[in-house]
Ligand binder design. Structure first.
Ligand code: ADP
Length: 495
């Protein structure tokens, strides 16, 4: 999908309608006072967003349950579900410019990437699971003669999905598409600073023929609306992408309520590891810059720790700084912008605190470190590089979720591996080397859900994404994602 600047500007000039809840077929106000949506582009009020109370959330869950129980979706023939999800993918493609611009206006991602990563990715994900849903079979168990053991795969029932603000459509689709493909009903809770494009997607789902009640959307603050959803006694499975502290709370809510299954995709402090024998150090430096700075570092798999072999450290860091300085920071609705806005003011302030703390702990500021474009009223931050970050510094251990790169040198492969594994996280990693044996040793040795070799951040729907350690559990994408949204049932039949 290509888009010209004039079209973007036209779409961005349109007023944004207030966001309402979607419960069954109804777009309704929440019982709590609506929230103001501030645009990170200029700090101005963009629109308002309905704020769902616990009672609103319970009505949405009841609508999802009723839809599941009467089979209006869960018992439709696979071919019928496939047709609806394929139509939805087509509608997302058709409305891609509108969805991308709307999303950027409340979350701040640079538009050139948003087009691909948001509607583009979401359409692909719906298409992938639409295609998959009639190709997943149950099993016949190797039982003794005289007995037939069948293993059925059934939808779980009501799925709650709580998603973050960095890539609402992409991550939303990672949850919605397999959940719906498997026949479940869903209650979706987008982030309060990135709900608008997902509300629009839910409208498109109705237009595509998804029966009302199968997909419900509740918006509002995490500690009110999200909490009520996670405490619901009638949600079977809760899937989440977001921060570690919220993930912990969700597990507590599940324990305090109905022991719903909880799948968490949490943050990372992902090491991007550069050996002196990398095939192309200049290319590695460019990718190291984009691996952390695209979407202003607000990417769960961001390569936020750069580990560099000591013999090439200084030259490599200089090359990364040069590549970074060449990236254009600016209004995310400008097609040439490569680093957009930080999602919110509190997030920006938190990023800046990380920088100050790192310097207080002894790290050296090599680039950036300050707020940018303040005159716009928007939330921008200079891409920031800190060198000499020690493994025990907070910047080496805690996720910033912003445009801040921590650089640490290493002496040899053993130290690189020790540093790579030396955090509580285990989401992603990169390894740059032309030594094939070393590449395989590192892939095996690094505890992470994905290890990129001589690249960073590449992926598509065919491969799973999920974390180990405190980066979470369960997987999005690929056929493995269907495991979260289906139960196995055994039929043991005496013949
Ligand atoms: P971040 O700190 O990056 O905003 P969060 O984990 O707080 O990440 O947010 C991710 C999603 O979790 C958002 O939709 C948010 O509203 C929701 N959320 C935040 N706190 C809670 C909570 N206590 N219970 C349920 N959902 C929550």
């Amino acid at each position: 999908m290509t888009l010209d600047q004039a079209t973007i500007d036209r779409l961005a000039a349109a007023p944004v309608a207030p966001g309402r809840l979607l419960i069954g077929a109804d777009r309704v106000e929440g019982q709590n006072a609506p929230l103001e949506v501030l645009s990170p582009i200029d700090g101005q009020v963009l629109t308002t967003l309905a704020s769902a109370s616990a009672a609103d959330v319970n009505r949405a869950v009841a609508a999802a349950r009723a839809a599941f129980d009467d089979g209006r979706w869960s018992r439709q023939p696979p071919a019928a579900r496939k047709a609806v999800l394929t139509r939805l993918a087509d509608l997302i493609d058709r409305h891609a410019p509108e969805l991308a611009v709307l999303g950027v206006r409340d979350n701040g991602t640079e538009i050139a990437m948003a087009l691909k990563a948001e509607p583009g990715s979401a359409a692909g994900t719906f298409r992938y699971y639409a295609e998959a849903l009639d190709k997943v079979y149950g099993q016949i168990a190797p039982t003794p003669e005289g007995v037939l053991g069948l293993i059925h795969r059934e939808p779980v029932g009501v799925v709650a999905a709580i998603v973050p603000w960095n890539f609402p459509l992409m991550i939303g689709a990672w949850k919605l598409a397999p959940a719906l493909a498997a026949g479940n009903s869903v209650v979706l809770k987008p982030a309060e600073t990135a709900s608008l494009s997902l509300l629009r997607l839910a409208e498109l789902a109705l237009e595509a023929g998804l029966p009302p009640g199968v997909l419900n959307v509740v918006t509002g603050p995490g500690r009110v609306t999200g909490e009520a959803l996670a405490l619901s006694m009638d949600v079977d499975v809760l899937v989440f992408t977001g921060s570690g502290p919220t993930g912990r709370r969700l597990l507590e809510y599940a324990a305090r309520s109905n022991l719903k299954r909880v799948y968490l995709e949490l943050g990372g402090k992902s090491p991007n590891i550069v050996f002196a024998d990398a095939p192309d150090l200049a290319q590695a430096a460019k990718v190291a810059a984009t691996a952390i700075f695209r979407n202003a570092g607000q990417v769960c798999v961001a390569g936020s720790r750069l580990l560099v072999e000591a013999s090439v450290h200084d030259d490599f860091v200089a090359a990364v700084a040069e590549a970074t300085a060449a990236m254009r920071l600016g209004n995310p609705l400008d097609l040439t912008t490569q680093i957009g806005a930080v999602n919110s003011l509190p997030q920006l302030q938190g990023n800046l605190r990380f920088v100050a703390e790192a310097q207080a702990e002894g790290a050296t500021l090599a680039l950036g470190g300050a707020r940018a474009l303040e005159g716009t009223g928007g939330y921008y931050m200079q891409p920031t590089i800190l060198t000499g970050v020690q493994p025990d510094h907070r910047l080496a251990q805690a996720e910033v979720f912003g445009p801040v790169l921590a650089v640490t040198p290493f002496a040899d492969e053993a130290e690189a591996l020790r540093l790579a594994n030396g955090t509580d996280f285990g989401l992603a990693a990169g390894v740059w080397t032309s030594n094939l044996s070393r590449a395989h040793r590192m892939v095996r040795g690094i505890r992470a859900g994905v290890v990129h070799v001589n690249t960073y951040g590449g992926a598509d729907n065919t491969v799973p994404l999920g974390g180990v350690k405190q980066s979470g559990n369960g997987h999005d994408k690929s056929l493995h994602a269907l495991d979260k949204y289906t139960d196995l049932k055994t039929a043991w039949i005496q013949l």
